[in-house]
Write a protein that binds this ligand. Sequence first.
Ligand code: AMP
Length: 214
Amino acid sequence: MILILIGPPGSGKGTQAKFISDRFNIPHISTGDMFRQAMRDGTELGKKANEYMEHGNLVPDDVTVALVEDRIRCEDCNAGFLLDGFPRTIPQASALDKMLERNNRVLTKVILFTVSDDILVKRLSGRRTCRSCGKISHVSQGINNKLDKCPACGQEVFQRDDDKPEAIINRLAVYKKSTEPLIDYYKRKVLEILADGPIDEIKTRMAEDLENIG
Ligand code: AMP
């Protein structure tokens, strides 16, 4: 089972990805998480990615494609995998096609999350990330300054540069320009999920739809 999740930033892809990855017992591969981990580790990749990420721009295709190619070669991907946040451009999608073809593998489905822009802006601007474990929380959970603690591990939370207002506007524009064309590219494989309600409702809706592809 090879799945791709596509959706604007803030559409809840990361949250639902964990559920899908458990349901099908396939690894969850998030390029955003991989770049953030590289930044925390202070690697060259992390430094390079940060230059783009802090403004809400995309990391160049060659860097991103190489990262994914390495990751899906790992043994835990033999039975399939779930890509979250990749591909994000047509060149990345065609690079993925070639990787899959070379290994005689076939993409199962593309899950598309759709949400209105005003909900996305509210979700993203209230988002906080744990400096230590990376868990995401929201100011509506009572975490509203950097002295507040992560609900999972008790460490400090902060607002990602790319969750600040100018970067959010840019990320949504980048999504529309570079990523939305993928909906047409993958047309016949797309399963659309309306993702603008509470997390549990979306999860239930998605679980029903996923039964048909499992
Ligand atoms: P995400 O956590 O998926 O919203 O990703 C956060 C940021 O990481 C994005 O705004 C980009 O700067 C970078 N990024 C993640 N995935 C990709 C990708 N497939 N192509 C280029 N940049 C990416």
